[in-house]
Design a protein around this ligand. Structure first.
Ligand code: CAA
Length: 388
């Protein structure tokens, strides 16, 4: 049986903040953002766009009626949940009209959880070959105005359909995971933004990569030479590049080094324009690689490094399937370019707006631009969504 990603969809907010504008407002050298972090712009979500609307929009792009009648599991991976009890997957299941006899739930472990969701989906399809599992990684990365993480914010969701005989990528059975209990980035229930020990978090990311890679090489005799590309969790592209540099070694041929470096640039293209989307960012890297690489071909082996603060990391690989190009969205880049540019003043209002609930728990919102779904209002503390 070969199990993997059959379809992949993506949605991001309809607004963007340009790093050059943020640099002026924060009295910072623009090169710090464009070269130091390797970011050009960030997606900015208004209050009416949340992990449910983004996740539903990403999935809506790829699902047919037949898929909706067959999917028997919906997993939403997120660290920016909108409810402490009800799973975003249940809202999305309803918005998409997926057949009722499905299991829907939400999972969390910082930016790692989408990888756990894919593993769970793989086990489910292994047990029931006709099943289709919808895995959605959806997050809004919000650190706060003038914080160290502010220039790395973002918003977006990646939806993946996991099936038997997939048409994009088959998973190899070579996963190596690592858990270590550290406080590099966390968000207590009472806080709308995370606490982060920035430099410490980057050290954890790189050390987890180094040690998990060493274990992967030991267990699977894995060599970078066997890979056509390596995708990384991308909190900001510069850190992923440092990760790549840790893997590259002098024994690699010039040609292989060139191929891996070129494919790395392809994999960070969307993140440069969108920012961090937390648990989806590794898979946004995969999407970017698939849509921007000039050299990928069927059978190529792709490596993945997943990292979630706290921390859990995992390295695994997959193999590209013949015809994968036909499963991609040729309009992705064009739709990113259509995002509305915000002034820094408008970004500060729009991104950090909080619902003003009355005594009955009702709130109305302005009519902001959103993807195919929107949070219409809150009524008696219930979030009500609509299709645009
Ligand atoms: N021109 C060019 N480059 C410049 C520059 C200039 N004028 N000024 C600074 N730089 C470079 C610096 O040299 C540095 O590059 P190197 O890392 O190669 O040395 C880079 O810009 C960043 O500058 P600083 O080291 O001064 O760091 P900072 O104040 O910008 O903070 C950060 C960086 C701590 C990572 C901050 O962005 C942050 O807190 N981010 C949120 C946490 C995060 O993303 N952590 C990543 C690991 S955790 C994780 O992966 C989970 C997750 O998604 C959050």
């Amino acid at each position: 049986m070969s199990i993997g990603i059959d379809k992949i969809g993506f949605a991001t907010a309809k607004y963007r903040l340009d790093m050059a504008d943020l640099a002026v407002a924060r009295d910072t050298d623009p090169n710090k953002y464009s070269l130091g972090l390797m970011l050009d712009s960030l997606s900015i979500a208004p209050i009416t766009e949340d992990i449910v609307t983004l996740g539903a929009a990403a999935a809506e792009q790829i699902l047919t009626k037949e898929d909706k009648a067959t999917i028997d599991m919906v997993i939403v991976a997120t660290e920016t949940s909108i409810d402490q009890s009800k799973a975003a997957a249940v809202f999305i299941h309803g918005l998409l009209g997926i057949q009722p006899f499905a299991r829907s739930f939400e999972i969390k472990e910082a930016c790692y959880s989408a990888t756990a969701a894919l593993n769970y989906a793989k086990l489910h399809v292994t047990a029931q070959a006709a099943s289709k599992v919808l895995v959605i990684a959806s997050d809004i990365a919000k650190y706060g105005i003038k914080t160290s993480g502010e220039p790395t914010q973002g918003a977006g969701a990646v939806a993946m359909l996991v099936t038997n005989q997939p048409r994009i990528l088959t998973f190899n059975d070579d996963n190596v995971a690592q858990t270590r209990d550290v406080m590099d980035f966390w968000r207590p229930n009472y806080s709308t933004t995370p606490f982060v020990q920035g430099i410490f978090s980057t050290k954890q990311y790189l050390d987890c990569l180094k040690t998990t890679w060493a274990e992967y090489q030991k267990r699977y005799q894995g060599k970078l030479e066997d890979f056509a590309a390596f995708c990384f969790h991308i909190p900001y592209p510069k850190l992923a590049r440092k990760g790549l540099n840790k893997l590259l070694d002098k024994s690699l041929s010039q040609e292989k080094t060139g191929q891996i470096k070129a494919n790395f640039e392809a994999s960070i293209s969307y993140s440069r324009q969108i920012g961090n989307i937390y648990t989806g960012s590794l898979y946004l890297g995969l999407l970017s690689l698939l849509e921007k690489s000039q050299s990928l071909k069927a059978g190529d082996k792709i490596g993945f490094f997943s990292y979630g603060s706290g921390a859990v990391s995992e390295i695994f690989s997959g193999q590209l399937v013949a015809g994968f190009e036909q499963m991609l969205n040729p309009d992705q880049q064009a739709s990113l370019e259509k995002r509305q540019r915000l002034s820094v003043e408008d970004y500060e209002k729009l991104f950090f707006e909080e619902a003003q609930l009355d005594d009955q728990g009702n709130a109305e919102f302005e009519n902001y631009a959103t993807h195919s779904f929107a949070l219409e209002r809150i009524e008696h503390h219930q979030r009500l969504y609509k299709r645009n």
